[in-house]
Design a protein around this ligand. Sequence first.
Ligand code: PSV
Ligand code: MN
Length: 435
Amino acid sequence: MSFDFELSGELVSSENSQLTQDLERDYCDLGDRLLRRGIDIEDITRRLKAFRVAIPSWGVGTGGTRFARFPGPGEPRNIYEKIEDCSVIRRLVCSTQTVSTHFPWDSVDDYEGLAELAGSKGLGFDAVNSNTFQDQPGQAESYKFGSLAHTDKAVRAQAIEHNIECIEAGQKLGSRALTVWVGDGSNFPGQQNFRDAFERYLESMAQIYARLPDDWQVFIEHKLFEPAFYATVIADWGSSYLAATSLGEKAKCLVDLGHHAPNTNIELIVARLAHFGKLGGFHFNDSKYGDDDLDSGSINPYQLFLVFNELADAQERSQNDFAPAYMMDQSHNVTDPIESLITSAVTLQRTLVQATLVNRPALRDAQAANDVTGASQILQQAYTTDVSPIAAKMRLDEGGAIDPLAVFRRSEYRNRKANERSDLSRNPGPSEGIV
Ligand code: PSV
Ligand code: MN
């Protein structure tokens, strides 16, 4: 099937042709080196081919901080234009075949039409995200003091209803999961009764859960703080796990890498959730201080590798029924959003491959023998292998770009869109709030 991508196949091929010879040589060299470690490079490349990570629809626009937003030229003004941008990313990097939508930012009248348009551009839809952390124009109740955990039943009912509408829209789009992140919590000690607030949250979530179609899941996304600066209702993986467990099998936990206290051992959280069948999915990004939403691997690439290492371990143990939803969640303030998303997707591809290179039997032996240096060296060996030829080869084989960023820049796509998309229209997205 041929897709109506936003970026010409000829450009990709002609740019690739200049790099193909070098790539083949590098791939062959790496193949020889991996063979000496007993690894078949073709097998690794095949595994990477199956990797999928969703693009956040809100990520293709400029984000912003609570201080300012500096939109760039040619930004998408609605979900249709966001789909165009996502199709460019998918064209170049290959692994990003789905889009995760956010409502009401992506609301339209005709979801079947949207699904069809996306399909024609080689895209499907991953989890739908609800938004009860901002007030929308004309909305009856305010979320100033919370949503699903609000003290007022009417506010909770409005938030529940919104989540149900998200499920309905998602059904028409072909999504199979709802991600719920709420900012509910308190800013001052004494403001809220911890226990009652959690109870109200659980009651509201149970009503949403009851409306999930049979083949759907709900992902509970925790976050330590912001906008609640004292205590957040779903602040950590413990609260998320308790909520998911009390709701039922279809409820799972979503790990956004930026939603933890500094130095939290996120890979350990991943191992725990996977162990008990509650790892629903990820929002990949990176951060130095808080929920910075920076490009994946830009601050702490080793942590990202260790997360993927746990995923590889879980994969091996589960014999293939382990399938968390991989999504990115980024906010771009000073970079071109498409360039940042391309960069992150390529980093995720590379990191997945590095984790696949870990010699698991040898690691287990070293662990059993308490060979600490040996065990940590096994991880280091995999992490320090330059696997970029594998990711580039996979992209080449799949019709993508050997060097996606270079092709994107060469395409002049952004300039083209800057002419087509008047910046007078509004771009609904995170920038309108504080997230
Ligand atoms: C909250 O900070 C969050 O990570 C959630 O995933 C939201 O849906 C998203 O960011 C909105 O920007
Ligand atoms: Mn997130």
